[in-house]
Ligand binder design. Structure first.
Ligand SMILES: *Cc1c(COP(=O)(O)O)cnc(C)c1O
Length: 427
């Protein structure tokens, strides 16, 4: 599939049936797999042969879908996880351990921020958060001897900051560690971080990849480019024998192309078990088949809604990276020339009360803790995800009480604008 264009990979990547086999990816709804001899099975346990034995580790449906995502991102190997949270945890924990340190953009998804700042800290893994817009010197100053990974989001949820991927990749590589990029919002249709120097790419497939609000899931893709042996002492998990697999050294046995994902599957999936169900992988694939058709519409609607809001008297400010004049416009054009995503945020005049009245008045857009769905939805952090904060605390966190996040679906843009227009009139 590697010679085909991205549009073709969305539809047919990852799975090529042989003569007489199912045209669509089959759902292998089986926890376990049958073998004739224990010798056959033993080889699988020793990672001497590849094959399936238990769905917690690997399942054919998941592997077909993961292979499609690897092709889309231009990676060499990929795996699915039960959620985006699991994907980011696994990607980091696969190379970090007690005593390690992470450099992360401060502008990331709240769930990931909490994972790194609170939960991984309890595991003895430290973090330095940096302003993604900081100068190179400041970024370089965040590194320590025990830094093992750099993390950021292409377009951050919900702040809509655009990461300068090349700047972060350069800093990571000059300190001998990989750059992990959460590429959930643009998807590989609009940005392929590996082409800009990222080593590992993660996804919450719950968002645009599924795109229909049916299945929570995640994915991890390895670029196959990071040379683990060149920084042997930093990554003993990949470059020294694994006692739990009879002394296999992942980077030696599976090379740059396969080491990261094989270790992540063999150790982390085995021990934590955050597998995606094959049925959900099947739904995810249905979403992927139309991803290249849906993303341009999400972007068209996002830009139309952002442009409408920008000129409105009841709107204080609008954030949409692809809107001319936005703080991130130049970076957005560089890394995502065809568009970013359908998420727009704006601050309404009149704060919390105005936001509540506006959202109550919407007819097409529903209030949801979700984004990146075919159906448009919206959320006011002050009255939902951040309702424990006072107006002053919200202001300090850069989430004023009147901030509303709209996720533009793939409906007609005129209907979306008319819905927003009539709701603003009622405020
Ligand atoms: C939603 C989201 C996550 C978490 O994914 P889940 O599938 O909800 O676990 C991680 N990163 C980003 C950018 C997200 O938008």
């Amino acid at each position: 599939m590697s010679d085909y264009k991205l549009n073709t990979k969305c539809v047919q990547g990852g799975y090529t049936p042989k003569n007489g086999e199912p045209r669509q990816i089959p759902v292998v709804q089986s926890t376990t797999f049958k073998y004739d001899t224990s010798e056959d099975m033993g080889k699988l346990f020793d990672l001497e042969a590849s094959g399936y034995f238990y769905t917690r580790l690997q399942n054919p449906t998941n592997d077909y879908v993961a292979a499609k995502i690897a092709e889309l991102e231009g990676g060499t190997a990929a795996m699915l996880t039960s959620s985006g949270q699991a994907a980011n945890f696994f990607a980091l924990f696969n190379i970090c351990e007690t005593g390690s340190h992470i450099v992360s953009s401060a502008s990331i998804y709240g769930g990931t921020f909490n994972l790194i700042a609170v939960t991984m800290k309890k595991m003895g893994i430290d973090v330095t958060f940096v302003n993604p817009d900081c100068a190179e010197e400041e970024l370089n100053a965040a590194f320590q001897d025990n830094t093992r990974a750099v993390f950021g989001e292409t377009i951050a949820n919900p702040a809509l900051t655009v990461l300068d991927i090349e700047k972060f990749a350069k800093a990571a590589h000059s300190h001998g560690v990989p750059l992990i990029i959460d590429n959930t919002f643009p998807t590989p249709v609009n940005c392929r971080p590996i082409e800009w120097g990222a080593d590992i790419v993660t996804h919450s497939t719950t968002k645009y990849m599924d795109g229909h609000g049916v299945a929570v899931g995640g994915a991890i893709v390895d670029s196959g480019k990071f040379d683990w042996f060149a920084h042997k002492d930093k990554f003993p998990g990949l470059t020294t024998p694994d006692d739990s697999y009879h002394g296999i050294t992942y980077a030696e046995k599976f090379g740059r192309e396969g080491a990261f994902i094989t270790k992540c599957t063999a150790q982390l999936m085995r021990d934590f078990g955050c597998i995606q169900s094959p049925q959900n992988a099947f739904y995810l694939n249905l979403g992927l088949e139309s991803l290249h058709v849906r993303m341009p519409r999400h972007c068209e609607n996002g830009l139309a809604v952002a442009s409408f809001l920008k000129g409105h008297e009841k709107v204080k400010r609008v954030s949409y990276p692809h809107l001319e004049g936005d703080k991130y416009y130049e970076l957005a054009k560089k890394y995502m020339p065809s568009g970013g995503c359908g998420v727009v945020s704006f601050e309404i005049e009149g704060g919390r009360a105005a936001a509540e009245k506006f959202m109550k008045s919407l007819r097409l857009m529903a209030i949801e803790t979700h984004v990146a769905d075919a159906r448009s939805c919206c959320l006011n952090p002050a009255t939902s995800t951040h309702r424990q904060l006072t107006d002053e605390q919200l202001e300090a966190a850069g989430i004023p009480a009147g901030l509303i996040r709209i996720s533009c679906g793939i409906e007609d843009k005129e209907d979306l604008i008319n819905d927003i227009k009539q709701a603003l009139e009622q405020v």
